[in-house]
Design a protein around this ligand. Structure first.
Ligand code: COA
Length: 258
């Protein structure tokens, strides 16, 4: 791939790196296409247990959508541009395996939105977040107005999106925008640790839990109905029998993903 690095280690963790360091890993159409392809590959590969997504270099995760694309966009182009990025990010959010963003610097605009589409977020101490689109005469278009309020609440999301202010890693942690803040040298290891921890659990239960969590933006009664249906499906898996048996026999469960 032209703009991404894709490697899978022995533990089955796919490390996907947005690799345009000279442009602080800004997202152009090629990056969006390649992200979709890389996540498709990770989804299809039975050896891959989960994904860590990061940016090349020590300065930037992703400094936003590539602004050089913007000056000539018509209304129709802009609409298509937003739908295209949203579709690619939806595929990330819909992964049945854990996806952890390792945010190693600037996460502005589309970079912040890309991190929001991941299931978990680990930030290095130098990470800086922001939705600065209003400074450019636009608004977030890759999901920021929808995922940010769901994560941090509408009041804080409104402040972040309307002011375009920068948010430090520590502040991001305090408001629940990231799950951990660690020194940069420990970033990838911490993100991979999440994938390792989760991949030791029953894989079908993990994927159903991710699906149920996605339904938490539906009305409560509908979400609860969906949760109960998934709970029923989970009970019928071999792994659920094995999990209960292992607990009762005081041994470690041997999950097969069946
Ligand atoms: N789109 C396109 N190019 C970008 C970019 C973006 N979002 N962010 C950075 N770049 C490019 C710069 O144009 C520059 O390219 P050049 O060397 O060919 O001129 C290169 O990346 C380095 O950026 P630079 O601005 O020189 O680095 P800096 O350390 O001084 O500042 C930022 C870093 C992130 C503060 C600054 O680049 C910035 O504000 N970027 C835009 C952030 C943004 O508004 N994102 C939301 C877009 S919707």
């Amino acid at each position: 791939m032209e703009t991404l690095l894709y490697e899978v280690d022995d533990a089955g963790i796919a490390l996907i790196t947005v690799n345009r360091p000279d442009k602080l890993n800004a997202l152009n159409a090629t990056v969006i296409d390649e992200l979709e392809a890389a996540f498709r590959q990770a989804r299809a590969d039975g050896e891959v247990k989960g994904v860590v997504l990061t940016g090349a270099g020590e300065k930037s995760f992703v400094a936003g959508a590539d602004i050089s694309q913007f000056p000539d966009l018509t209304a129709l182009d802009g609409h298509r541009f937003a739908l295209r990025g949203q579709a690619a990010f939806n595929r990330i959010e819909e992964m049945a395996k854990p996806v952890v963003a390792a945010i190693n610097g600037y996460a502005f605009g589309g970079g912040c939105e890309l991190a929001l589409a991941c299931h978990l977020r680990v930030a290095s101490e130098n990470a800086i977040f922001g939705q600065p689109e209003v400074n450019l005469g636009i608004l977030p278009g890759y999901g920021g107005t929808q995922r940010l309020p769901r994560l941090v609440g509408r009041g804080l999301a409104t402040e972040i999106i309307l002011t375009g202010d920068r948010i430090s890693a520590q502040r991001a942690y305090e408001i629940g925008l990231v799950n951990r803040v660690v020194p940069q040298a420990e970033l990838i290891e911490t993100a991979e640790g999440f994938v390792r921890t989760i991949s030791a659990k029953a894989p079908l239960a993990v994927s159903m839990a991710l699906e149920a969590l996605r339904a938490s933006d539906q009305p409560l009664r509908e979400g609860l109905r969906f949760e109960a249906a998934l709970f029923g499906q989970a009970c019928a898996t071999e792994d659920a029998k094995e999990g209960a048996r292992a607990f009762l026999e005081r041994r470690k469960a041997d999950f097969k993903g069946q």
